[in-house]
Design a protein around this ligand. Structure first.
Ligand SMILES: Cc1ncc(COP(=O)(O)O)c(C=O)c1O
Length: 454
């Protein structure tokens, strides 16, 4: 029996009514990838207020790798709820914060002593990572990348690349932020080709120190091991080896933003492991706590200890319910071998996606790492003109047929998979069937409109 069950057209009447109320009451700037209002969710299934059942390939933007309402997580939150909800770690500390820091210190790659600090969101964690790097190095500048996304606060927006909707109109930005090209081989900023390029984008960091910002002024390089919002770009392995080597040579800290790529998504607990990177600081969030608001900064003990007492923290950072959820979410990922499962899901997707690419020129690129997989849609394989409207049509067709899926990319033309890793194979195939028929509908109408490009 199929998991997807639709009782109304999408969005249903109750969702439509809630959207009317939302438009009056909630600020316009908060966007929605779907017009579907949630009523409940379990595993990889999301049910809306009209009783429609969807397969959820978005996972709350990569937050529920362990699944919606993972049983261990629900039990841990319940148990903590009966003990206490909040004391503030800076007032009356509690054990679960420490246990989670210990766990993160052991999971994050690097055979050296580590420490962690817990905060509320990915953006807040990146802000803190930069504060810590500046306090340790006593240098001001930060190097970040084209197509990066690090958040919406002042500093993280400044580190973020995409202008609309994230930056335009919110100027001025934070100073001492310098941007260089990422290894986005499908759209190389230097118009080179891998491997003959010799990973010029990474080699070029040395040049940046001569022409843009002095190396002795740079505190850290902040980089996503796999671009998240930027379109699930997984660089060649040498990219990070060269970047990290260059950082070491100049006493610059290497900060890995694993907010989206962390906690099993890429086939290892952290994507850094897949690349053999040992970041000085690793930032995690999203799937860390299976839906509770929590994020962490984990790094070399001496680096993490640079800020003075009181320089880090906040009222809610490391909230007890969130810590309990995180410990249970990590236990779920480990006990159920979900990183390994991510690799299998990725391979299963890849096999089908490569066949789709042969059939439809709409698909320009198939890429990713583990279950962090994506399709980049183009109007023409020659010009690689981004097919943003077509991507939106595919997403609409998907949700009207019971599959929740998200786009990504600086041009909005990438379809990305953030499926809960506990999804069953039947459910996964069912979701991919919907995606396939949606792609077929849009790709075939594109081919009819421009047959010579086929
Ligand atoms: C790589 C990356 N860094 C930072 C953030 C910001 O996280 P948050 O939305 O929790 O502030 C995101 C969010 O999508 C992200 O994908």
């Amino acid at each position: 029996m199929s998991t997807i069950q639709l009782r109304t057209s999408i969005p249903g009447p109750k969702s439509q009514e809630l959207m009317r109320r939302r438009q009056t009451a909630v600020a316009r700037g908060v966007s929605h990838a779907t017009p579907i209002f949630a009523a409940r969710a379990e595993g990889a299934i999301l049910e809306d207020v009209d009783g429609n059942r969807f397969l959820d390939f978005a996972g709350g933007i990569g937050v529920v790798n362990a699944g919606h309402r993972a049983p261990r997580v629900v039990a841990a939150i319940r148990e903590q709820l009966d003990a206490f909800i909040h004391t503030c770690f800076s007032v009356a500390p509690y054990e679960k914060y420490i246990a989670l820091a210990e766990k993160l210190n052991s999971l994050v790659p690097g055979a050296f002593a580590k420490k962690s600090v817990l905060v509320n969101s990915g953006a807040e964690a990146i802000e803190n990572a930069v504060k810590i790097a500046r306090a340790y190095t006593r240098r001001p500048a930060i190097i970040c990348f084209e197509d990066a996304f690090h958040g919406r606060t002042m500093l993280t927006m400044s580190l973020t690349s995409k202008t609309h909707p994230y930056k335009a109109g919110f100027e001025p930005f934070a100073t001492d932020v310098y941007r260089i090209p990422y290894a986005y081989c499908y759209r190389c900023s230097y118009s080179l080709q891998y491997p003959s390029c010799n990973v010029f984008c990474a080699q070029h960091l040395e040049d940046t120190f001569k022409r843009v910002v002095a190396s002795e002024a740079v505190a850290a390089v902040v980089v996503e091991p796999v671009l998240g919002e930027g379109g699930f770009v997984a660089p060649p392995r040498e990219f990070f080896a060269i970047l990290q080597e260059t950082c070491k040579r100049h006493g610059i800290l290497f900060i890995a933003d694993e907010v989206q790529s962390g906690f099993g998504r890429t086939g290892a607990m952290f994507a850094s492991e897949r690349y053999g990177i040992t970041p000085d600081i690793l930032v995690s969030a999203k799937s860390i706590a299976a839906g509770m608001p929590l994020a962490a900064v984990t790094g070399r003990a001496e680096v993490m200890d640079a800020p003075a007492l009181g320089g880090l923290g906040g009222t809610y950072g490391g909230n007890p319910l969130a810590c309990a959820a995180a410990l249970a979410a990590i236990e779920t990922l480990e006990r159920e071998n979900l990183p390994q499962r991510a690799e299998k899901l990725g391979q299963r997707f890849d096999a089908r996606a490569r066949d789709w690419k042969k059939r439809w020129p709409l698909i320009g690129d198939v890429r990713g790492l583990g279950a962090m997989r994506a399709l980049e849609l183009v109007r023409s394989r020659d010009t690689r003109e981004p097919a943003k409207e077509e991507a939106e049509q595919v997403l609409r067709h998907c949700r009207e047929h019971g599959l929740i899926l998200l786009s990504a990319g600086s041009y909005g033309n990438v379809l990305r998979l953030l499926v809960p890793l506990v999804i069953t194979e039947d459910q996964f195939d069912e979701g991919l069937d919907v995606l396939e028929s949606s792609l077929a509908t849009v790709a075939e109408s594109q081919m009819e409109a421009a047959p010579r490009q086929a």
